[in-house]
Design a protein around this ligand. Structure first.
Ligand code: GDP
Ligand code: MG
Length: 289
């Protein structure tokens, strides 16, 4: 079983009441995808996220079914706490927006997302369907934004606009250690203005009514989450040495890593899974049938 090193238990116990018996028996399949240009620290982020768990069972390389492009890759970990088993799969998308012409560079990702809906649907509509359908649907897409300090690039606006029609999107500011605190605050504000201006719906705006206004404020205050990927482990802390000194990844004064991790795993997991099903999968299903 996996337990969190840093802040005690993962905290599924906060959620267990929401888990039906059925879910407890089958376990939960939870799929996160990371998207962003090469070199923004996606691989480092994934490693940092998983480094926080003591790992007895090892991670598992998963080949997406069916493999769409050679450059989409998944790793899975099983997290278990208080009798609840979550299989967390993170899918990486190396090669995104790395070309001279990046128009439509997001299409292979849209295709991947839709293919997962389709294979789920094909299982679901079989007359003799399995009691448990393996779920590869993308429940949450973490979109890495380059820490330019200016505003969203045109390619990001287009990619976000298109992708947000197919799954839950959470934007992140990559390599937050390269911006000063003021620059970061400004950049966050600018990105939120851009998202509003271009009417890009990110999580959880369209599920607003499920939250108290305080909860909503907390989530909104985090967006876009500023993250730093760790390159070392010192005195029990995940850190990154940077020009300004040492950044502590799990220190909320240094970046939003813990806020994001709590949101992804502890607080919002079930809602992300549910809105994928109720909003995005349902609309795919309607168009498909
Ligand atoms: P990917 O192409 O998006 O998967 O990026 P990588 O994880 O391979 O990281 C690319 C480079 O950026 C590597 O040299 C990392 O050490 C470095 N890097 C990763 N995360 C951070 C970060 O948070 N801050 C800084 N300054 N560098 C980072
Ligand atoms: Mg990578």
């Amino acid at each position: 079983a996996l337990t969190s090193k840093g802040n005690g238990p993962v905290g599924f116990d906060l959620l267990t009441e929401q888990f039906s018996k059925e879910i407890r028996k089958e376990g939960i399949q939870y799929n996160i995808m990371v998207v962003g240009r090469s070199g923004l620290g996606k691989s480092t982020f994934i490693n940092t996220l998983f480094k926080d768990y003591d790992n007895d069972e090892g991670s598992e390389e998963v080949t997406p079914r069916p493999p769409q492009t050679t450059s989409i890759r998944s790793v899975a970990h099983v997290i278990e706490e208080k009798g609840v088993r979550v299989k967390l799969t993170i899918t990486d998308t190396p090669g995104f927006a790395d070309h001279v012409d990046n128009s439509e560079c997001w299409e292979p990702i849209v295709e991947y997302i839709c293919n997962q809906y389709e294979s789920y649907l094909l299982e679901e509509i079989k007359p003799e369907r399995k009691p448990y359908i393996s779920d590869t649907r993308v429940h949450c897409l973490l979109y890495f934004v380059m820490p330019t300090g200016h505003c969203l690039k045109a390619v990001d606006v287009k990619a976000l606009k298109r992708l947000s029609r197919f799954c839950n999107i959470i934007p992140l500011i990559a390599k937050a250690d390269t911006l000063t605190r003021d620059e970061l605050a400004d950049f966050k504000k600018r990105i939120n203005e851009d998202l509003r201006y271009h009417q890009i719906e990110i999580y959880p705006l369209y599920t607003k009514n499920e939250y108290s206004s305080e909860e909503l404020e907390i989530i909104k205050a985090g967006i876009p989450y500023a993250v730093i990927g760790s390159d070392a482990y010192e005195e029990g802390k995940l850190i990154r040495k940077c020009s300004a000194g040492t950044a502590e990844i799990e220190n909320p004064e240094h970046c939003d890593f813990v806020l994001l991790r709590d949101m992804l795993i502890r607080n919002e997991m079930l809602r992300l899974i549910k809105s994928t099903k109720v909003l995005f999968y349902e609309s795919f299903r309607k168009n498909y049938l």
